[in-house]
Design a protein. Structure first.
Length: 499
């Protein structure tokens, strides 16, 4: 009787909360990036419009809001650049690494370069770097759960089953960084000065970069593939295009055509042109079937509803930030906390309610509202959130109750959870086979458009006469939601079987 030699057991692999250990590295770098991103953004508008005696640059509040809105819109526009570099030149992993380096140098520029020079250099580097990191970190998390070709079916199925949990852990890192960042940078700004706050954001990103560099060995090929390499013969052409673009932008700034006050409007216009061009290319393509074309048409009203939502939601960093500084009573037990701390309220609500919403959709199953209805409800809730400012409007400086603003930001959170998690999913479901990436880019363009619009709209906010602003913005958002709901049956029909 022959003896069979038992196969040696596979070595136990190191894990991170039961997930592939490489997730820890992506969790960490995203957490530190969000720490620096929201930490810097939490004090940015104050740095722009505070007087020189207060440590700021002393520009007008409308111009400050325009800069913040344009910067936020450029972050999302840059996700397209980051995805292109990843797909055609470097692969996701190297693009993420170099993007993190850009972000760190951007925060350093804000911390050490004086005046608008530091703002210009710093925000451009942070925006481009954040777009590249944002696009590729999510892609790499997904790739962690793509089993290798030689994986046995049971192991592959088990790995795939952990994907949602892995993404939940990853997004927890995002919100943890978003929560802590404004608290610490705001405290540094309050006690030492703005450049100390920006320097703290730079230190946070440096820590994330060091951690990421040490952990790169755990990726083992994850993110290294370049899906569609750019032929060497075309590289010079693209370098020239990039150089000409930089020269044109510099010329517009130097000639006074592009100013701080109209910056967000320019980004809005550029984003609209890009979005219309994307839709036109997709709809006119011969590679798109009739059913696919119908689905792209269905995406148009949801694109508009998404942009409208973000134009209100992203006012957390413009109108709400200004409101927190000038109208909110921030006195707690005799101590006035920094205005930037208000930016940490929403991440706490996201951490608390994200799981509840996910469980609710799972429980409802097919009975849950359709995607267009979720978009409609999100816009209606955002409108109600702005209308909720009315009962506390018209008071004196720093008189608005903190609890009321907390309740308003809770409405922001509910609206976000109705629209944001399903937006990218909808884009992938409605995308034609030949334009998968472009449809995802279109969703990011809706975010970019809304974020830039948030800067343009906030320029019209007057803390001394705020009732008209909150009234018209709130009613307009409710109207967008109502129209989206009315169009919902037609949108679902055009979606041709996609739910």
């Amino acid at each position: 009787m022959s003896e069979q030699t038992a196969a040696p057991p596979k070595p136990r692999q190191r894990t991170f909360f039961g997930q592939p250990f490489a997730l820890a590295n992506l969790f960490g770098v995203e957490m530190w990036e969000r720490f620096s991103f929201y930490g810097m953004q939490g004090i940015l508008i104050y740095y722009l419009y505070y007087t020189a005696a207060q440590g700021g640059l002393g520009i007008s509040e409308s111009a400050a809001a325009s800069i913040v809105g344009a910067y936020g819109g450029t972050v999302y526009l840059s996700t397209i650049i980051g995805a292109w570099i990843s797909d055609r030149l470097l692969g996701a992993e190297r693009t993420l690494f170099y993007s993190a380096v850009l972000i760190m140098f951007g925060h350093i520029a804000l911390a050490i370069l004086p005046g608008l020079t530091g703002v210009g250099v710093g925000l451009v580097l942070v925006a481009v770097g954040s777009g590249g990191l944002k696009a590729n970190a999510t892609s790499m998390v997904g790739e962690l759960y793509d089993p290798p070709d030689d994986e046995d079916p049971h192991a592959a199925e088990e790995l795939a089953s952990r994907r949602d949990a892995g993404f939940s852990i990853f997004y927890m890192g995002i919100n943890l960084g978003a929560f802590v960042g404004p608290l610490l940078t705001g405290l540094a700004q309050d006690k030492i000065g703005f450049h100390a706050g920006f320097g703290l954001a730079a230190i946070g990103m440096a820590l994330g970069l060091i951690q990421y560099t040490v952990g790169r060995r755990y990726f083992r090929g994850i993110g290294s593939r370049v899906p569609n390499p750019l032929p060497a013969a075309e590289r010079i052409r693209w370098v020239l295009i990039a150089a000409v673009s930089v020269i044109v932008i510099a010329a517009l700034v130097l000639s006074g055509v592009l100013t701080a006050s109209n910056l967000s409007n320019v980004v809005v216009g550029a984003t609209v042109v890009a979005a219309v061009g994307y839709f036109a290319v997709i709809l006119a393509s011969r590679q798109v079937s009739g059913v696919e074309r119908s689905r792209v048409v269905a995406f148009i009203p949801t694109f508009i509803a998404s942009a409208a939502f973000w134009s209100l939601y992203q006012q957390q960093f413009t109108t709400v930030a200004e409101y927190s500084d000038q109208r909110l009573n921030r006195n707690v037990f005799g101590w006035e906390f920094p205005a930037s701390w208000v930016q940490s309220i929403n991440p706490v609500f996201i951490i608390v309610f994200a799981g509840i919403f996910a469980a609710m959709w799972t429980k409802l199953g097919e009975r849950q509202p359709s995607t267009p209805i979720k978009f409609a409800i999100a816009n209606i809730i955002m409108g109600l959130a702005f209308l909720a400012f009315l009962p506390i409007s018209g008071g004196g400086a720093n008189s608005a109750p903190l609890l009321a603003l907390v309740g308003i930001l809770l409405l922001f959170t509910f609206a976000e959870l109705l629209l944001s998690p399903v937006g990218l999913s909808l884009a992938t479901k409605l995308a034609p086979n030949a334009f998968q990436t472009q449809m995802v880019a279109l969703f990011f363009l809706s975010v970019a458009l809304g974020t830039a619009m948030a800067g343009s709209l906030a320029g019209r906010y007057n803390p001394h006469d705020e009732v008209p602003y909150f009234t018209w913005i709130g009613l307009a958002s409710v109207a967008v939601g109502a129209v989206t709901a009315a169009l919902s049956p037609w949108i679902r029909k055009q979606m041709a079987g996609v739910h």
